[in-house]
Design a protein around this ligand. Structure first.
Ligand SMILES: Cc1ncc(COP(=O)(O)O)c(C=O)c1O
Length: 443
């Protein structure tokens, strides 16, 4: 199929089965981006669309960043691929060291993957294998949380708690239980930052652990701030309590930081922001500015060293991917971390957060708005669903925003915003001004 450059929309859209998309609706009225620069996408019909979502929570440094583009070009011409098993190349080691240096102190080792989903699978497998390695082989259970999103692979959807992501796919992993979610709009609606109520929900972990016996539980996994389920902030004291209970019972705590990693909350990782140290951190997305697929699991020395036994020529962990630490992804990762550092983007996010907070809460008086939540450069605006037609109102806001040259994201009836960290105040004004207009006119 030839592409007509004057009209860059292909005339056959049928072959591509699009992920997490209403395929039939999309193919009737396609929304196509053909290029991107800075804070803007360009559509096939030539419009500039303001990126209110950093792509899919991933382009934290904005688009078309010269250092990243050049690093990829150079690396492709220098070393395109090196086998990931039993061979190495310098940039993967360099990137692991850079990550260790920017991560909270106890995170000393890095296992590379290609996505958030793979990072989650990797962390869950390491957790179970670690317990076995330290003589706690009965600890195989995994505990997630209702409304949690941990990607789409079987481990991730098993510990995850988004009903539609689970119910079509059979019986999932066995030996999994879930904490209650922390969304309490009746008590916490319109909170700025962390809500007051809900820390006690962490105590449910004591009940779950007692039910199964602590000696059967390997790990608890949560998003420190739950993004994809609609931007849910951890109640004050909640994460600390989870840490206390997991430590008391010899259970590993995994923070899934696929969204919160790399500056989203104004710090390198949410673990640092909330001052709660897990045993492992999963990340992806912002690691390469979303430009090339890459993810990583950060683990403490204690976890890593538990595997470093036996004959030196024996493989210690039977896990890995063909593209773990891929040279081009590693080069993109190094250039991305350098861009964040050079431009002080995490600090910039922290500085802009109060302006962002005021702007999003200014929508409180708009029709249909039943809750607003924010932290760092992230916000959730929850709309009252249309009776009998959940998701329709928010999806309609999404379509209208696109027509008005603003990209937002919706999940259920919640609008989720997470712009590139290079956003400026005038962009914030445009984003929320456009949203106000849309909300006023929504059915
Ligand atoms: C917390 C969390 N974990 C895992 C994932 C899955 O990442 P990916 O889509 O790269 O597999 C996501 C994606 O949004 C996420 O937000």
């Amino acid at each position: 199929m030839a592409l007509d450059r004057s009209n860059p929309v292909p005339n056959d859209l049928s072959a591509f089965w699009m992920p997490f998309t209403a395929n039939r609706q999309f193919k009737k009225t396609p929304r196509m981006f053909v290029s991107a620069d800075g804070m803007y996408y360009k559509t096939a019909d030539g419009r500039q669309v303001l990126d209110g979502t950093a792509g899919l929570w991933c382009c934290n440094a904005g688009h078309n960043r010269p250092r990243i583009v050049e690093a990829i070009r150079q690396q492709a011409g220098e070393l395109d691929y090196a086998p990931a098993f039993q061979m190495g190349h310098p940039k993967a080691f360099e990137l692991a060291t850079r990550l260790r240096d920017m991560a909270p102190e106890p995170m000393e080792h890095v296992f590379f993957t290609n996505s958030g989903s793979e990072s989650v699978e990797t962390a869950l497998k390491i957790a179970i294998a670690y317990q076995r390695a330290i003589g706690q082989g009965t600890r195989t259970r995994l505990i997630g949380r209702e409304r949690g999103y941990h990607g789409v692979n079987f481990g991730g959807i098993s510990v995850g708690g988004i009903v539609n992501n689970r119910k079509f796919f059979g019986s999932l992993l066995t030996g999994v239980d879930h904490l209650p979610h922390t969304h309490l709009p009746e008590k916490n609606a319109f909170t700025r930052g962390q809500p007051e109520h809900g820390a006690d929900l962490a105590d449910e972990l004591e009940r779950i652990v007692a039910l199964h016996g602590p000696e059967t539980v390997a790990a608890v996994i949560v998003e420190p701030m739950a993004g994809s389920t609609g931007v849910l902030m951890p109640p004050k004291g909640y994460l600390q309590r989870l840490r206390e209970i997991t430590r008391k019972h010899g259970i590993l705590l995994i923070f899934d930081e696929v969204i919160t990693g790399f500056g989203r909350l104004g710090s390198s990782f949410a673990a640092e922001h909330f001052d709660v140290m897990p045993d492992m951190i999963t990340c992806a997305k912002g690691l390469t500015n979303g430009v090339i697929p890459m993810g990583a699991v950060l683990a403490t020395r204690e976890i890593h060293d538990a595997f470093m036994h036996g004959p030196e020529e024996a493989i210690e962990l039977f896990h890995g991917y063909t593209y773990s630490g891929n040279p081009i992804a590693s080069a993109a990762g190094l250039a991305t971390l350098e861009t964040y550092r050079e431009e002080g983007l995490f600090e910039r996010a922290a500085e802009l957060a109060p302006y962002w907070e005021d702007a999003v809460h200014s929508l409180r008086d708009c029709p249909h708005v039943i809750d607003i939540r924010n932290m760092g450069l992230i916000a959730g605006i929850e709309l009252e669903p249309i009776a009998g037609a959940p998701t329709k109102r928010a999806f309609s806001a999404f379509l209208q925003a696109y027509e008005k040259d603003v990209l937002i994201r919706t999940t259920g009836d919640i609008i989720a915003l997470s712009p590139p960290l290079i956003i400026e105040k005038h962009h914030i004004d445009t984003l929320f001004g456009t949203l106000r207009d849309i909300l006023k006119g929504l059915d």
